[in-house]
Ligand binder design. Structure first.
Ligand code: SAH
Length: 241
């Protein structure tokens, strides 16, 4: 069944009109027909199986038939702190972090982040990345959207961190498997920009108790490191998923 995000909760047997974007997608792009069953989720509480009742030029009305509170979010909460990466590669990083079940995506501005956006462009980008998160959640079955937190300067952000487990993707001495505690716990993972971290940034993360983590000897691209590390952590802690 196709899945659609609708930002407010539905009620069984109470027909609801979906917004313009979903209506356009269902009616015009996918050309679904009345009586088709779809899934609608509100990004927070679960999902509803709905029957399409009416499709008109601008709106689609659905009838919620059944509710399930399943969320498919990992029980262990992962915060990913990520610098802005150029162009579509940032979309990819955000899409993959969503698929990997990140609980929060914190955007950070580091010294070697070379993407600079004025407020207007940044706001447009934030809106766009929110859509990337929604599409990824629709596709992967996630019913709770990760929070996308606006850009914070690295130095002030790190100063406030009190993570139970903090990891910074940077060549380190201990392999990931030795570094992770045996029982899963909420954690924060920081990955760097194309230009890498400034040594002072690494030093302030270490001073806050973060551990350097490395995955292999190859230099991963800025959009590869978060998905690869999240995947590796979940694999080592498969009970946390
Ligand atoms: N030229 C940069 C490379 C940056 S790669 C440098 O020399 O540091 C972008 C980011 O991906 C890095 O800052 C790091 O956080 C992460 N990364 C790249 N390869 C990695 C690896 N093998 N293990 C863990 N993190 C890695």
């Amino acid at each position: 069944m196709r899945r659609f995000y609708h930002p407010s909760p539905l009620h069984i047997n109470q027909a609801v009109e979906l917004g313009e974007d979903n209506s356009h997608h269902i009616g015009r792009v996918l050309r679904l027909t009345p009586d088709t069953l779809i899934i609608v989720f509100d990004g927070a509480s679960g999902e509803w199986v709905c029957r399409i009742q009416e499709i008109s030029r601008k709106t689609v009305v659905v009838l919620p038939l059944e509710f399930s509170s399943t969320l498919r979010t990992p029980v262990t909460k992962a915060t990913l702190a990520l610098p802005i990466i150029k162009g579509e590669r940032m979309d990819m990083a955000i899409q993959k972090a969503t698929e990997m079940g990140a609980h929060r995506i914190q955007l950070i501005h580091t010294r070697y982040t070379d993407v600079r956006l004025n407020t207007e462009r940044l706001n447009k980008k934030l809106h766009h990345w929110q859509q990337v998160i929604i599409s990824a959640a629709e596709q992967c079955g996630l019913n709770q959207l990760p929070a996308l937190l606006p850009v914070a300067p690295f130095d002030s952000w790190i100063a406030e961190q009190q993570a139970t487990l903090g990891l910074i993707a940077h060549p380190g001495e201990k392999p990931l498997a030795q570094l992770l505690p045996s029982s899963p716990c909420d954690f924060t993972l920081i990955t760097g920009p194309e230009g890498g971290f400034h040594e002072d940034e690494v030093a302030s993360a270490l001073a806050k108790g973060f551990h350097p983590v490395t995955l292999g000897e190859r230099i991963l691209r800025a959009e590869t490191a978060p998905v690869a590390l999240l995947g590796a952590i979940w694999a080592l802690w498969d009970s946390a998923l």
